[in-house]
Design a protein around this ligand. Structure first.
Ligand SMILES: Cc1ncc(C[n+]2csc(CCOP(=O)(O)OP(=O)(O)O)c2C)c(N)n1
Ligand code: SF4
Ligand SMILES: [Mg+2]
Length: 350
């Protein structure tokens, strides 16, 4: 019964994380999505990742566009800041919020229609500007909310529920994110929580623009034979290139165990340990990753895992040289230095 409110009282023995919250404190309202929709599993993975990383809910801002995927921020992190924007416009609103207050963790939740059709331009500029955020596209190959039309990420040749074939080339958001300069790029599957949770944790701790393409089947309109976004198709073609083993605490520093392991330094001085599955795949080589992924995808494989990471990434604020104090906390005196300073700047431009 989705109109029923969740009970707010928790059992006193529920386990608490380091900041004193139980996992339940990271949940939201009861979902109104179709039973079995992949998007609900993504919400659950976000709850798990934020709880495990001891992030206080009020330190998170979740933003989305329009679509079933964009409705999901209502179903997790009920005590966080939230802004359900206009279709395809989440990235610019998130960029503005991030400029005003750089201290929050920004979660951008979007759909393949929201990001690859109407919002493609906005997606591109948020990536190239290096906005520090976790940008998740819940990719089901259709416009779920408006009853299952092909989206721009639907594969050419895939077949709709009512039998129509998609003749258009598809947009690969992972390839675009890599080309546009995102510094953490991953792909996962809503049906593989063991892979998805660590990928979200890695993205949260990353120091720049982190993008995760999560294949998230739409059980109502795109889960049939002939679809390349159905649970069966993804399970058959999913090939994990690596696994995040763990992300160490800042104090812990380890040496790689063998050539199967890659240690990726984190912005806070800690390390992420990656276990290679495909030995010759180097997730720190952007060009190599782009070529490798294209070749795998051309052979019908759906490569998942941490596809690219730049351990020395910096974000938009570094580029803009903004002050460390969030702009929304500066007083008028600091924001407006007066006519004499302005005259000097103008004189310097003549
Ligand atoms: C400006 C505007 N254009 C079109 C729509 C209609 N519309 C609502 S959701 C949607 C597509 C949603 O698809 P996607 O982002 O893939 O989300 P999903 O429902 O599949 O999770 C469209 C076209 C709208 N709400 N606003
Ligand atoms: S229509 Fe599709 S995307 Fe929307 S809630 Fe139902 S299964 Fe999920
Ligand atoms: Mg969609």
């Amino acid at each position: 019964m989705t109109y029923l409110a969740k009970p707010t009282l928790h059992h006193p023995s529920l386990q608490k994380n380091k900041v004193g919250y139980t996992r339940r404190d990271y949940e939201g309202k009861v979902s109104t999505l179709c039973a079995g929709c992949g998007h609900d599993s993504v919400s659950s993975a976000i709850v798990q990742a934020c709880w495990q990383l001891d992030i206080a809910p009020h330190r998170v801002a979740k933003l989305s566009g329009i679509g079933c995927s964009s409705k999901t921020p209502d179903y997790f992190l009920g005590a966080s800041h939230g802004f359900n924007t206009v279709h395809g416009r989440m990235p610019s609103v998130l960029t503005g919020a991030n400029l005003a207050n750089r201290e929050l963790l920004y979660l951008g939740i979007s759909g393949d229609g929201d990001s690859a059709s109407i919002g493609l331009g906005q997606f591109a500029h948020a990536m190239r500007r290096g906005v520090r955020m976790v940008y998740i596209v819940e990719n089901n190959g259709v416009y779920g909310l408006t009853k299952g039309q092909f989206s721009a990420t639907a594969d050419r040749g895939s077949v709709a529920k009512k039998g129509a074939t998609n003749n258009d080339a598809s947009i690969d958001l992972v390839a675009l994110a890599l080309q546009l300069g995102a510094t953490y790029v991953a792909r996962s599957f809503s049906g593989d929580k063991a892979q998805l949770v660590p990928l979200i944790e890695g993205a949260i701790r990353h120091g720049g623009a982190a993008f995760i393409d999560v294949i998230s089947p739409c059980v109502a309109f795109n889960n049939h034979a002939g679809s390349t976004r159905s649970y069966d198709h993804v399970r058959e073609h999913n090939e994990a290139l690596n696994r995040i083993d763990f992300i160490a605490l800042a104090a812990q520093q380890e040496a790689a165990g063998d050539e199967q392991e890659i240690l990726v330094p984190q912005p806070d001085g800690s390390q992420m340990r990656l276990q290679r599955v495909l030995t010759d795949y180097d997730p720190t080589d952007r060009l190599g990753a782009m070529n490798h992924l294209q070749a795998l995808q051309a052979s019908g494989v759906i490569p998942t895992g941490l596809l690219y990471v730049d351990p020395s990434a910096h974000d938009m604020h570094t580029g803009l040289k903004t002050v460390a104090t969030p702009l929304n906390r500066l007083a008028e005196r600091e924001l407006c230095p007066g006519a004499a300073v302005l005259d000097k700047i103008n004189a310097g431009l003549r």
